[in-house]
Design a protein around this ligand. Structure first.
Ligand code: PLP
Length: 395
């Protein structure tokens, strides 16, 4: 038999995707499932962005475009990075337009990794952070970020995972699935560690604009860190544009030069009319108002969940308030069952779709992820059903 790429044997089917498939099948069979499993805003893309894409289509931008991205889009990205993160990037040499955040992450790792390199990846985190390293013939070394440490790895845990093969560390703040993000002081210490050991810092900041307290600090905003930091970001979550597939990598020019080759030789370019819509979305004042309204809605839903949690007072489902992103990482450890089983029970009996915490790594076991990127009615009703199911379960 013809051989296949063996790296893929090392990658498990994502539990998020498996659960989503099962939920779709149940829905298709007519079951009234409340889907609280996906990380996709329930809001429409702001109408002004649709109009900008439409204008670009009418203007004939339906052919190939520049692989690095139109300069006006790269300028808009630089404006966003300076406005929101306080970091100055050169649009001509330090920014690459990508096919969403996932492709920004792909080009980032392509640009810096050699086969056999080790990459430190927090646990729990979005499965792609480790899977992509494996796809590129690197080794993903998991660094525990236990619940007891606020889902942020203790600084000494990074040091313990270090070997002569360590090439990079991956950060994702606010985190999917936990919403956690560290203090500026922590980032300063981590960046000092990266500098001392000549490590790249790949920082996935796709949830960077979704936070409920003080604004998180970008990993590149720490003094002296920009030269070793690769920022992965996209318009998907903040602008409710997941289906547009547009994001960016911001990094030192020599990294961008490699990442551009990776992009050019895999996707050619992001669709030109989408690039024009993205350039508009990032800087248009009305669109920023629309995104602020979405953030306000997530804030209200977060408060709604916390209010229901207080009212019900469950001892079986504990509800740590997320600091950012649009997920609750519900603590179901009191039930004493694997998170996959908990999700299956909740899906079958309560008819609510969730993602098992184990999909994000060992440290996610005992937790389940519930999105609040769904309507107020679904979030409220779905969460009540989860709590009611847990009360009936034998611990
Ligand atoms: C942490 C994290 N990074 C990146 C992505 C992918 O973002 P995009 O849709 O822009 O590719 C996701 C999507 O769920 C995510 O959760």
């Amino acid at each position: 038999m013809n051989a296949l790429n063996r790296q893929f044997e090392l990658i498990r089917q994502s539990a998020t995707v498996a659960m989503a498939d099962r939920i779709l099948a149940l829905k298709a069979s007519g079951q009234p499932i409340i889907g609280l499993q996906v990380g996709d805003p329930d809001f429409g893309t702001p109408p002004a962005v649709l109009a900008a894409a439409s204008r670009a289509l009418q203007a004939g931008l339906t052919h190939y475009g520049p692989s690095s991205g139109y300069l006006d889009l790269r300028q808009a990205i630089a404006t966003k990075l300076q406005r929101d993160e306080g970091v100055v990037y050169d649009p001509a040499s330090e920014i690459l337009v990508t096919h969403g955040g996932i492709h920004a992450y792909y080009t980032a790792l392509q640009a810096i990794l050699n086969p056999g390199d080790e990459v430190l990846v927090p646990d729990p985190t979005w499965a792609t952070h480790a899977n992509m390293v494996v796809m590129l013939r690197g080794e993903a070394v998991r660094v525990p970020a236990p619940a007891e440490h606020g889902f942020i790895p203790p600084l000494e845990a990074w040091a313990q995972a270090l070997t002569p093969k360590t090439r990079a560390i991956v950060l994702n703040y606010p985190s999917n699935p936990t919403g956690a993000y560290p203090t500026r002081d922590y980032l300063e210490q981590l960046q000092a560690f990266a500098e001392a050991h000549d490590l790249w810092v790949v920082s996935d900041e796709v949830y960077g604009s979704l936070y409920y307290g003080e604004r998180p600090t970008s990993a590149a905003a720490v003094a002296g860190a920009k030269d070793r930091t690769l920022i992965v970001n996209s318009l998907s979550k903040t602008y409710a544009m997941t289906g547009w597939r547009v994001g960016f990598l911001a990094a030192p020019a020599r990294v961008i030069a490699n990442a551009l080759k990776a992009s050019q030789n895999s996707i050619t370019c992001v669709a030109p009319f989408i690039q024009k819509a993205a350039a508009f979305a990032l800087v248009d004042p009305e669109v920023q108002v629309a995104t602020a309204q979405m953030r306000a809605a997530y804030t209200q839903r977060r408060a709604l969940v916390l209010e229901i949690a207080r009212e019900v007072g469950s001892t079986r489902v504990l509800v740590p308030p997320p600091m950012g992103a649009f997920y609750f990482f519900l603590d179901v450890r009191p039930l004493g069952r694997p998170s996959v089983e908990v999700c299956e029970g909740i899906l079958e009996v309560a008819q609510v779709g969730l993602v098992p915490g184990s999909a994000f790594g060992e440290q996610g076991e005992g937790f389940v992820r519930m999105t609040i990127a769904a309507s107020d009615a679904d979030v409220g009703a779905g969460f009540r059903k989860i709590l009611a199911w847990a009360e009936k379960e034998k611990a």
